[in-house]
Design a protein around this ligand. Structure first.
Ligand code: PLP
Length: 380
């Protein structure tokens, strides 16, 4: 049986074969522990980790010492939010986030609420964009942190944080950014956007699963309390033996993204435009969520009127791998909280489909999508 065409790159990307080649020796030959300071196995692992750290820092405009390796973006998000809340000895603590964050942020916020932290969930406009005035109104004297995603994992809507970050610096409030869907796909520069903490993950940028990072600006380092105790790796912020093969793969994935993201971007925007025109022509009343906002190049989130997303995705599943919004909420079979926050009716929030392309998406695959969908919609 032929494999279905893969259009779920927001859930995870294939690992680039060049990344795998680079990782392989670190399973087989260079298996030393980077914390072993007394022999060449350890030195080799340590040198490879330094190189990877350099690549990650270069990709996002940071310094090497500002990169903390974690097991993925979820852990990095937990470290950022809980770490900032825990280190503050204020009685009244307040943080601000948006209603359209990934569950990793929203659940962590719900958790800190149980510890007495007050959380403001900012609304977005009908295109899923941040309303900066609402943020300005929400900031209080006891605000410890503002958490805003760089790009939305369901709609691909991108938030421009340059202005927000600059404004928050005046109040000395750190900006934490979940950039899991953005790094490696669009230009990300922590200095330019005045980001203080930023989470991202290798498996969304053609690297391996199980490795991610938190960027920690030197200025907020002291305001972050570690969440994992032990051997004090990662500048004391995240203990545990480092995942050398994963980190090496992450570093190579970052290097490749630095060299290739622009080329991928241009090609994927072309595919997206082609697909959107075809979709709109083929299905009367089809709506593209977030269409007027700045978006990631590879994501289309759409709803076909009268068509149940779950039934359609199942019907095409031997030919197309598509998603229903975020992977986490589709497991729970809920309407998308992102689309609801954008003001979509329940029906549309429940039946929207996310199509996400990637570096390995081919023109002929893009050309086949609408035909496959049409056949199934007719038979449904
Ligand atoms: N944040 C966003 C925006 C995501 O899309 C995801 C994964 O889907 C995560 C966080 C969690 O990332 P990880 O799988 O690396 O824990």
């Amino acid at each position: 049986m032929e494999k279905p065409f893969y259009f779920d790159n927001c859930a995870t990307t294939a690992c680039d074969p060049r990344v795998l080649d680079k990782m392989w020796p670190f399973f087989k030959e260079h298996y030393g522990n980077a914390a072993s300071h007394d022999h060449s196995y350890g030195w080799q692992a340590n040198a490879a980790i330094d190189e990877a750290r350099y690549e990650l820092a270069t990709l996002i405009g940071a310094k090497e010492r500002e990169i903390v390796f974690t097991s993925g973006a979820t852990e990095a998000i937990n470290l950022a939010i809980k770490g900032i809340c825990d280190s503050s000895d204020r009685k009244l603590k307040h943080i601000i986030t948006t209603a359209v964050e990934h569950k990793a942020v929203l659940d962590t916020c719900r958790y800190v609420e149980t510890k007495g932290v007050h959380v403001t969930y900012l609304p977005v406009d009908h295109m899923g964009r941040l309303v900066i005035d609402r943020l300005r109104e929400a900031v209080q004297e006891n605000t410890l942190l503002v958490c805003i995603q760089l790009a939305n994992n369901e709609t691909g809507v991108v938030h421009n944080l340059d202005e927000v970050g600059e404004w928050l610096r005046k109040f000395n409030i750190p900006l934490f950014c979940d950039a899991t869907q953005a790094v490696g796909k669009i230009a990300v520069d922590v200095e330019q956007s005045h980001i203080d903490l930023m989470a991202f993950s290798a498996h969304k940028m053609y690297g391996p699963k199980g490795i991610g990072a938190l960027y920690v600006n030197q200025k907020v380092r002291k305001r972050l309390q570690k969440q994992v105790h032990g051997g004090s790796q990662e500048m004391g912020l995240r203990s545990g033996t480092l995942n050398t093969p994963g980190i090496v793969g992450f570093g190579e994935a970052a290097r490749l993204c630095r060299l290739q993201w622009r080329e991928d971007y241009d090609r994927l925007v072309g595919y997206r435009n082609e697909l959107e025109i075809e979709l709109l022509e083929s299905f009367p009343g089809l709506s593209i969520n977030g269409a007027e906002a700045e978006r990631l190049p590879h994501v289309i989130n759409f709803a076909i009127p009268g068509v149940k997303a779950e039934a359609l995705l199942l019907a095409v599943s031997n030919k197309l791998a598509l998603g229903r919004g975020s992977a986490c909420s589709s497991a729970e079979r809920l309407a998308s909280h992102v689309l609801l926050a954008m003001g979509a009716e329940e029906e549309r929030a429940y039946h929207s489909i996310r199509l996400s392309m990637g570096r390995f998406t081919k023109q002929e695959e893009v050309g086949a999508v609408v035909q496959i969908l049409k056949q199934q919609v007719e038979s449904l």
